[in-house]
Ligand binder design. Structure first.
Ligand SMILES: Nc1ncnc2c1ncn2[C@@H]1O[C@H](COP(=O)(O)OP(=O)(O)OP(=O)(O)O)[C@@H](O)[C@H]1O
Ligand SMILES: CC(C)(CO)[C@@H](O)C(=O)[O-]
Ligand code: BAL
Length: 304
């Protein structure tokens, strides 16, 4: 496994591997998993998918300062390079790109990639500028790695929608592959930020996956369910926890992330075979967790 700390090294290592594996049945396709490190089994699932679907597997670890807002957790974001490299090795990564902030942003940046529309609600509304930071760094990473496929977790579902729109609008020659949310046995979605949780917060945080699960069953089976009632149910369930502070609970169309027509109700949406997302962000103390369920209404819940 090669470790690249500069853009030039990353480009050289990847070009070398492409050259070596040329002509080997998809062997020189590059699969890419961008992360902010402190890797867990959610990241490992993306790396496995990348390994399966591409001859060359590239991982980046970069805590991107421009996607954090003022007062967010940039300084204390967890880091563990040694453990991350072990996990990467175990998952058959060929190249790890580990740039410094100085390497990625050496001078005053005059270019920002902004995706409109899909960034208006959910985390786009509660973290202003966040998706500009994500779209800008992912564009830079795509230009450095030149992947054929890039793998992203559905836990950050809005991020997937934003990046799919960006790639489509800007004719970037890369396929965005959404991968299912990996959860702990008790339902909590894996997240690097789970490390911040106290025992009590960790226990209370189970209300997120539990309320999403219950709502999914209701969306599938209850003919009287409407988006507003579903959101109210989930909100009530979360408010029952004395330490949960809701940032948002929303049900929107997916991947457009538009409000659903309350009048039409879910029965009509079901007829149209549309997909919806029930998404939430909730704070436990200073730790903000996100989770969601994406459902294709015609069929069984689709956990992309
Ligand atoms: N539980 C999970 N299941 C599947 N993919 C995940 C999971 N958690 C994170 N990912 C994906 O890993 C990639 C890198 O995410 P990131 O490094 O920010 O990890 P994270 O655990 O989401 O961290 P954070 O706590 O900052 O949200 C993203 O595509 C993200 O969606
Ligand atoms: C895609 C990403 C690596 C960009 O910094 C980040 O937003 C993340 O970890 O999901
Ligand atoms: N996985 C999303 C990265 C962030 O919260 O900034």
């Amino acid at each position: 496994m090669k470790i690249a700390r500069t853009i030039a090294e990353a480009r050289a290592f990847i070009a070398e591997l492409r050259e070596q594996r040329r002509g080997k049945d998809a062997g020189n396709l590059v699969g890419f998993v961008p992360t902010m490190g402190y890797l867990h089994e959610g990241h490992a699932s993306l790396l496995r998918r990348s390994r399966q679907e591409s001859g060359i597997s590239v991982l980046s670890i970069f805590v991107n300062p421009i996607q954090f807002g003022p007062g967010e957790d940039l300084e204390r974001y967890p880091r563990s390079e040694e453990a991350d490299l072990k996990l990467a090795e175990r998952e058959g990564v060929d190249v790890v790109f580990l740039p410094s902030v100085q390497e990625m942003y050496p001078e005053e940046r005059k270019t920002t990639v902004t995706v409109t529309g899909v960034t208006e609600r959910l985390c786009g509304a509660s973290r202003p500028g966040h998706f500009d930071g994500v779209a800008t760094v992912v564009s830079k990473l795509f230009n450095i790695v030149k992947p054929d496929k890039a793998f992203f977790g559905a836990k950050d579902a809005q991020q997937v929608a934003v990046l799919q729109k960006m790639v489509n609008d800007l004719d970037m020659d890369v396929e965005i592959v959404p991968c299912p949310i990996v959860r702990e046995e008790d339902g909590l979605a894996l997240s690097s930020r789970n490390v911040y949780l106290s025992e009590e917060q960790r226990r209370e945080a189970l209300v997120l996956s539990r309320s999403l699960r219950e709502a999914s069953v209701r969306i599938e089976n209850d003919p009287n369910a409407t988006p507003r009632r579903i959101v109210e149910d989930v909100t009530r369930a979360i408010q029952a926890s004395p330490i949960a502070e809701i940032d948002y609970v929303e049900m929107l169309s997916f991947p457009d992330l538009e409000p659903l027509d309350e009048e039409l109700g879910l029965t009509n949406l079901r007829k149209a075979g549309g997909s919806v997302i029930l998404a939430l962000a909730v704070k436990f103390g200073s730790t903000r967790l996100i989770d969601n369920a994406i459902m294709k209404l015609k069929e069984a819940p689709l956990h992309v």
